[in-house]
Design a protein around this ligand. Structure first.
Ligand SMILES: Cc1ncc(COP(=O)(O)O)c(C=O)c1O
Length: 461
């Protein structure tokens, strides 16, 4: 392929991608079932012996792939705490993929190392975390939890004279891991991966918002890791860090925060009080692909003691401190890696402190509007809407399921289901830069109409 042909291919792709985004306004937010079936049929052939033309491959992708997607890049997708991608970050992601740099070290890509250093520095500033903390850009909050808890495992065992990276966990002193009953399921997965075990955790009871109760706390002994949550995936509520951190500190425990989306409250003057007390922890996991609105996959691990992170992640036993230039391979679970720092840097550069803070405040305000409108229509809001999450029930569990289905089929917006403290509910997560107030109005009308229709159908039966 000549340079000119390659340029034409990339331009065609950029045009199609831009058109895809423009078309989102007109289409159903849910993936079109027929389009997904067609895509599967079209993909149902064996690896071709002869390669197809690049233009053909791209045309296929757009013709059959694009209509089968979920419109999560648009403003009316409220499922799974899913952010969109701010334009500068999406475009930066394209350009950085074009560079095709390997971000494992400052030698393999000095440019990526520079962007990553700056992204980490700006993230710590934005989130109000210590400038001297170590950091790692990983695939998402799951791997950010993994990275932080690996550093925690290192340090609490080092404190009792055990080198876990060298000796593993065989015959190691026991570690007590303390979580709340509402801890995110991915933390259990991470504990399993780290050899700390899903089932041997000490679970603390929670209140009606899913926050750990700070009364009747047990006495902690020996190597201990406490996992706190800044932003419950359903209610958006924050564990009472001001009470729990001193309790854990007095037992010399490592305090970890899963703040996949909630930690971003720290960037807003209106909402920073929710996250402020978590700044006293030892490690923080969050996502960039949620509320920072960068493309997948982008998660962030920050560890107060950079050396603990380095010791846990070093490619060879970390006898020497890292050099003046940071090599990502020394701080992250992966080796060869893509340009996450570029996506994050571009989002932060294009938003700035104020833009970021406005994004958080706008989404929180929109969540409140949604909750008020639904309540006025006779639905029951099950959580205190402190952040961007609304958990709502419609009459009974059956009605709630039917409303969710009706909303998804209708396609104006997309909301998923959850179970909140024994009750089936719809979960609405407002986390996208692309969500306008008009999107909220349209979506609210669509949900209320679906509720009315389901109620009317029930009355006529
Ligand atoms: C509190 C919390 N922790 C962890 C995760 C996992 O995030 P990811 O899917 O980016 O790994 C989520 C996802 O919603 C979450 O809400």
């Amino acid at each position: 392929m000549s340079g000119i042909e390659r340029k034409a291919l990339l331009q065609m792709t950029a045009d199609r991608a831009a058109q895809y985004l423009l078309d989102l306004e007109m289409r159903s937010v849910a993936a079109d079932v027929g389009a997904v079936d067609l895509l599967r049929q079209k993909l149902d052939f064996d690896l071709p012996s002869q390669g197809q033309s690049d233009v053909h491959v791209l045309e296929f992708l757009d013709r059959f792939g694009s209509p089968a997607t979920v419109a999560s890049a648009g403003g009316r997708y409220f499922g799974f705490v899913t952010g969109g991608a701010v334009p500068a970050s999406l475009a930066a992601n394209w350009l950085a993929n074009t560079w095709d740099q390997n971000g494992f070290s400052s030698v393999s890509s000095p440019a990526l190392a520079a962007f990553e250093d700056t992204a980490l520095r700006w993230l710590k500033q934005a989130l109000g975390l210590p400038a001297s903390a170590g950091g790692a850009l990983v695939t998402g909050a799951t791997l950010a939890n993994f990275t932080c808890l690996a550093a925690a495992r290192h340090q609490v065992l080092k404190n009792v004279g055990w080198d876990v990276e060298a000796q593993g966990l065989f015959s190691a002193p026991q570690i007590t891991v303390v979580v709340g009953e509402e801890v995110h399921s991915t933390v259990y997965k991470v504990l399993a991966m780290l050899g700390l075990g899903r089932d041997r955790v000490l679970k603390l009871p929670v209140d009606d918002q899913g926050c750990i109760r700070a009364d009747n706390l047990p006495i902690l002994n020996g190597p201990t890791i406490l996992c706190l949550q800044a932003g419950n995936v359903n209610s958006g509520a924050f564990d009472p860090a001001a009470a729990l951190i001193p309790w854990a500190r007095s037992a010399d425990a490592w305090i970890h925060v899963d703040g996949a989306f909630g930690l971003w409250a720290a960037v807003s003057d209106k909402h920073k009080h929710l996250a402020a007390d978590f700044a006293d922890a030892d490690s923080w996991a969050t996502d960039a692909h949620k509320w920072l609105n960068v493309p997948y996959d982008n998660g962030i691990a920050i560890v107060r003691d950079a050396d603990a992170l380095h010791q846990a992640m070093a490619i060879v036993a970390a006898y020497l401190p890292p050099g003046a230039t940071r090599d990502a391979i020394e701080f992250t679970p992966d080796s060869s890696r893509r340009a996450r720092g570029v996506d994050i840097w571009a989002a932060l550069a294009s938003l700035g402190q104020e833009g970021l803070s406005d994004l958080i405040d706008r989404n929180c305000r929109q969540a409140k509007t949604m909750a008020t409108g639904l309540q006025d229509a006779g639905a029951t809001i099950l959580n205190d809407v402190v952040l961007n999450q609304v958990v709502v029930a419609f009459d009974d569990d059956t009605t709630t399921h039917e409303v969710i289905q009706q909303v998804q089929d209708d396609g104006v917006c997309w909301c998923g289901g959850t179970n909140w403290q024994g009750r089936d509910a719809m979960r609405i997560s407002v986390s996208s830069w692309a969500t306008t107030d008009e999107d909220i109005d349209k979506s609210l009308t669509a949900i209320v109409n679906a509720f009315d229709e389901v109620r009317q159908t029930k009355q006529t039966i």
